[in-house]
Write a protein that binds this ligand. Structure first.
Ligand SMILES: [Zn+2]
Length: 381
């Protein structure tokens, strides 16, 4: 792997670790819940940090699954992204009209009010930071996709649709802790909405359609149950998060956690400068991403790996290529190479092989050959 040259990757891999918390002072002010532990202050866990960073750069990666035991910093890392969130354009109109829709789909892609605004040169969108939406544990299907408001139905004898968590997730990160414990109907609804970029909720005579261009991050502890392979396949990157191996790292992580408990604002301010630089670099990487293309032969090599691994799902190459493009953008390059593919390949390709599918398909091929052998030897009349 060639050495990354961008400030973004340098901060992620080097400076964050070099910076030591030397003093433990002050008393616990009980503020640790109000401010988030800085993402860059996490010790080690480089693959997880890289995957989360790439998630902020390219939504087309198609989601991220963090797999590991409790207490390895998965949720802390995800919540730490808040201060790195890039800005996204949000519609000012209740119908969700955006300038881009008008450019791509003509005047009919936006409502009449917005068509007038567009002619007058009034913006239809405004920039806002991406947000982190956390799916509450024990969420029900109607909490997620929306449903009829029972309160209004009882009080006013009217049918009104409540918005679900999903309707707030457009252009945001949606985090589901313990995704393996979630009801199949709920996770399928979320995955469909994420894949299609919009979803419709229908309840009796009522229906509403919402945009849902979201990036899904799930975490799971494999000790508490598996995720069905069909569902796992729909997450782009898979990160195995384990305890820190190096004893020095582990001690430093402990020191930082204690320092944060005692004075979270001090820890946050110590990382504020690098956090700000990193947020700016993420913004630049997002702007560069549409220009990033592959060097000659790189995509063919990626496909060869996937075929050699006998991976059936074509989600593998989408994730592999989009993650490599995001990595090149993070490294301030317009050309993604085989080296970039190598960096992201373990995250994109692990846990995609299915022994069952391989055997099943081999048997089916044999049967099809038998059928062909017999039908091709039918005597002609
Ligand atoms: Zn509109």
């Amino acid at each position: 792997m060639t050495k990354p040259r961008s400030q973004l990757l340098d901060i992620l891999f080097n400076q964050g670790v070099a910076q030591k918390v030397l003093q433990l002072s002050g008393t616990d002010q009980g503020l640790a819940d109000a401010v988030r532990f800085p993402f860059l202050a996490l010790v080690g866990q480089e693959e997880m940090k890289l995957a989360l960073l790439l998630s902020l750069i390219n939504r087309q990666i198609g989601g991220l699954l963090l797999i590991g035991p409790r207490g390895t910093g998965k949720t802390t890392a995800v919540r730490g992204l808040i201060n790195l969130m890039p800005a996204v354009k949000r519609s000012l109109c209740a119908h969700g009209c955006e300038e881009e829709a008008a450019l791509n789909g003509g005047g009919e892609a936006i409502c009449p009010d917005c068509a007038v605004k567009l002619e007058q040169g009034t913006p239809l969108t405004r920039e806002e930071p991406m947000r982190l939406i956390e799916l509450p544990l024990n969420a029900r299907l109607e909490d997620v996709i929306g449903g009829i408001s029972e309160r209004i139905a009882l009080e006013q004898n009217k049918i009104v649709l409540n918005r679900g968590v999903l309707s707030y997730a457009d252009q945001n990160l949606l985090y589901i802790d313990e995704v393996n414990l979630l009801d199949d109907a709920i996770i399928n609804a979320i995955l469909d909405a994420a894949a299609q970029g919009l979803f419709t909720v229908r309840r009796g005579p009522m229906s509403a359609t919402y945009r849902s261009r979201l990036f899904l991050i799930g975490s799971m502890n494999p000790e508490e149950g598996d995720l069905r392979p069909q569902i796992q396949d729909r997450f782009g990157l898979r990160i195995i998060v384990t305890a820190l191996e190096d004893s020095e790292d582990r001690l430093e992580a402990y020191r930082r956690a204690v320092a944060y408990q005692q004075n979270p604002y001090k820890v946050v301010s110590e990382w504020a400068y690098n956090t700000q630089l990193t947020a700016m670099d993420i913004r630049a990487a997002r702007a560069l991403l549409p220009k990033v293309h592959f060097a000659e032969g790189a995509e063919q090599e990626g496909i060869r790996w996937i075929q050699d691994l006998k991976i059936e799902s074509q989600r593998a190459e989408i994730t592999l290529f989009e993650a490599a493009r995001a990595y090149a953008a993070a490294d301030e390059r317009e050309t993604a190479t085989i080296d970039d593919l190598r960096v992201v390949a373990p995250m994109a390709l692990r846990q995609r092989q299915s022994e069952f599918t391989t055997i099943y398909l081999a048997q089916q091929k044999k049967e099809d050959e038998l059928i062909q052998g017999i039908i091709n030897h039918t005597p002609h009349h």
